[in-house]
Design a protein around this ligand. Structure first.
Ligand code: ZN
Length: 372
């Protein structure tokens, strides 16, 4: 078969929505899978790649489409490596917002398949090199409208084709994340169940109101996702540790399956419970989202405390979402008593020039401590 004919056939197979055929899966991976690891203890999943790549100057805030995948794949690969070095057990393909609707908005729909395949290829390479789990990723489509059959058909197509590419790449499991509608999350889960055989981690993102867009409590939405076959249910994004924790307690009590918790690393409050709601008093109380959130950033010790509290509640799938840097993931790993490679450089003030206690530090410096 000529190369072009083969790639056309491959492309046709990839758009599973049109044919409703199961995509051909890559050979199964032999490492302990997600569910086996969760039975033994916590699984840490770094998320928030889009925010971190925006800070590094490789994609634009607003659209938040990871165009960097084709332009600087080496930067994405290094970011995955940085998060694994800091303690992530998972390398999640950066297919967040690499769906048909988002690429249409930025005029790059023709790059849909190459970008998905690039993201999956990079993540698989890092996962297999590092022994981490290789996760596929589905997310909010931003067109879901329960009253509009045309939008539902398009959502179905978006999920089917993204599941197809991920299955071809051999993902170990799926993350389906950042849904504000239970209905949309259920559609993503249905696509995973229909076109793949791997586990599904389903996480909802809760805005200011403590309900999904159709009015379900997070606990009720998670109960429905569990009933529909999700392996892990919970929350990601939007809320910081302080305003996510009360909802997590309700979810933990409402379901039997494993629970996921991946807050944003921002100091959200009961008055401004999501990072989109935060306003900055130093800047005329303007909305801080998305590029003025720096003064609200959680410290490493806040993430450490969150990890400890969540694990004590019986929540085993843990991570940090938009805004997370590798230092947050290291703090989370250390909260579970782990010592990832990056922990070699965890702070040790005993050697500090002024605050240190090491006997080799000169007295002329330590005497100056009260004035430092
Ligand atoms: Zn996020």
């Amino acid at each position: 078969m000529a190369a072009s004919a083969r790639s056309k056939k491959k492309a046709a197979r990839s758009t599973g929505a049109a044919t409703h055929k199961k995509p051909r899966a890559a050979p199964a991976h032999k490492e302990p899978g997600l569910l086996a690891r969760l039975e033994k203890g916590a699984v840490i999943c770094a998320e928030g790649y889009v925010f971190e790549l925006e800070r590094r100057g490789y994609l634009q805030a607003g659209a938040f489409v990871p165009e960097v995948l084709l332009e600087h794949p080496e930067v994405v690969e290094q970011l995955h490596m940085d998060f694994v070095h800091a303690g992530s057990d998972v390398t999640e393909a950066l297919t967040y917002y690499v769906h048909r609707e988002k690429l249409r908005v930025i005029g790059r729909e023709k790059d849909l398949a190459p970008m998905n395949r690039a993201a999956l290829g990079i993540a698989r390479r890092v996962a297999r090199r590092t022994g981490t789990l290789f996760a596929g990723d589905l997310c909010n489509t931003n067109i879901y409208d329960p009253e509009d059959p045309g939008s539902l058909r398009e959502v179905e197509r978006i999920f089917a084709e993204q599941v197809g590419w991920a299955v071809e790449a051999g993902v170990d499991y799926f993350v389906a994340e950042t849904f504000s509608w239970t209905g949309e999350a259920l559609m993503a889960l249905a696509a995973i169940r229909r076109y793949s055989k791997v586990p599904a981690v389903m996480t909802l993102a809760i805005h200011r109101e403590e309900v999904t867009r159709e009015g379900h409590s997070p606990a009720e939405a998670c109960r429905r996702l569990e009933a529909a076959g999700a392996d892990v249910v919970g929350l990601n994004c939007h809320r910081g540790p302080r305003t996510m924790m009360p909802l997590l307690k309700e979810i933990r009590a409402a379901v039997r399956c494993h629970v996921a918790a991946l807050p944003v690393p921002y100091r959200t409050t009961p008055e401004q419970p999501s990072f989109m709601a935060l306003t900055d008093p130093c800047c005329g109380n303007q909305r801080a989202f998305p590029v003025g959130l720096d003064p609200f950033m959680c410290t490493r010790s806040e993430i450490f405390d969150f990890g400890r509290e969540a694990f004590a509640l019986g929540i085993r799938y843990l991570g940090v979402c938009c805004g997370a840097g590798p230092h947050h993931i290291r703090a989370l790993a250390e909260s579970l008593g782990r010592h990832p490679p990056a922990s070699r450089f965890t702070v040790d003030m005993s050697r500090h020039t002024i605050f240190g206690t090491d006997k080799r530090i000169r007295k002329i410096m330590t005497d100056y401590r009260p004035k430092a």
